[in-house]
Structure formats: C-alpha cells, structure tokens
Design a protein around this ligand. Structure first.
Ligand SMILES: Cc1cc2nc3c(=O)[nH]c(=O)nc-3n(C[C@H](O)[C@H](O)[C@H](O)COP(=O)(O)O)c2cc1C
Length: 176
C-alpha cells in the first residue's frame, strides 16, 4: 500500500476476530513506530505487548466513556515513555510513535484503536485508567503510559469518515 492510501484508509477498529496476531508482525510494527521523530532524538519509548486475558480485561475495563466495555482485543500494545529520557516532551514523543504504529499495523492488515491511558499530566491525582494501567503493567515511576493500542484482525468496516474541509483548516500567512 502506498503512503497516501495507508494514511487515508486507516480507521479506528474496535471489533476484532479471535485470530492470533503473530509476534513477528507486532515486532515489525513496533520497529516502525520507533523510527518516529523524538525530542532531542531521545527515542524514549517503552512498548509493552500484552496478550494475557486477565491483563487485557483489566486494561480495557476502567474507561469512563463506556465505549470500550465490549472491546475484546487479542493484543494491546501499551505505548509508554521514559520521562528520564524525555522529561518535557514525553507526550509528543509518545504520540509520534503511536501514529507510526497505527499506520504500520494498518498497512499489515491489522486494525487498531488508540485508547487513552492517562487523564492529563497537570492533574495531580492520577485517573483510574492511569492507575490501573500502571498497576497492571508494573510500570516504574519514571515510565508513563501515553496510550493503549488495542489491536487485532478487523471484524468491522467503519463507515466513511466525514472530513472537515481543507479550505477551513488551511490558512496562508496569517489566521485571518
Ligand atoms: C489522543 C486520542 C485519544 C483517543 N482515545 C480514545 C479512547 O479512549 N477510546 C476510543 O474508543 N477511541 C479513542 N480514540 C480514537 C478516536 O475516537 C478516533 O481516532 C476518532 O474518532 C477518528 O476516527 P478514526 O481513527 O477512525 O479516523 C482516541 C484518539 C486519539 C488521537
């Protein structure tokens, strides 16, 4: 698949077949994720691949919007960042790698969705999602979860996405 097609056809997938996703594919997708840009070339990522059923259930459950309650992904990749390596730009670093990961998985025929794994870094109290993620994955204090990528072979075909008009998004020289 060429790059434009990969980007344009990627959609969030929230239903998956019960088919095994080979570790080789996951490793390849993570390798591509790790080629993302990062602040000061810190490459601060820690990817945790989860297949254990109990852990998957624990990670999926505490969502507030309820949208993930029925999700049963065969695999989750937790995208985490070592804040010792990237103390100021860890969210951007984690997000860049995540987008690579989503595109790489899609290009391999695997469907995925980005699930929030923390509330917001300026909140002193961690959210339930973040606490559960840290506990389930046994993350040390300097490793922060950015998101959980739930993935598997797609068992749904999302409808075409309505797009905002480019004319409204693009500005020349100044905003007005
Ligand atoms: C930062 C971020 C957080 C997201 N969190 C969730 C989430 O917690 N649960 C969920 O079902 N989808 C989540 N998504 C997926 C978005 O809902 C989805 O990307 C959006 O609706 C656009 O659809 P598309 O991915 O099919 O293009 C998240 C996406 C991003 C970029």
């Amino acid at each position: 698949m060429d790059l434009a097609k990969t980007i344009k056809t990627r959609r969030s997938i929230r239903r998956w077949k019960k088919k095994h996703v080979p570790s080789k594919l996951i490793k390849k997708a993570i390798e591509l994720a790790a080629h993302a840009p990062s602040s000061m070339n810190s490459q601060p990522w820690e990817f945790i691949v989860v297949r254990n059923k109990k852990s998957l259930e624990r990670l999926i459950k505490p969502r507030e919007n309820g949208s993930s309650e029925e999700m049963q992904p065969p695999v989750i990749i937790a995208v985490c960042v070592d804040i010792k390596r990237s103390p100021k730009r860890w969210i951007e670093d984690g997000s860049c790698a995540t987008q690579n990961l989503l595109l790489a998985l899609h290009a391999m025929g695997i469907g995925a969705v980005w699930l929030t794994a923390y509330k917001h870094p300026i909140l002193i109290r961690k959210s339930k999602i973040e606490r559960t993620t840290i506990r389930t994955l046994k993350l040390p204090g300097h490793v922060r979860p950015v998101c959980l990528i739930a993935l598997g072979y797609p068992d749904e075909k999302p409808k075409k996405k309505a797009m905002r008009s480019l004319n409204r998004m693009v500005h020349h020289e100044t905003f007005r």
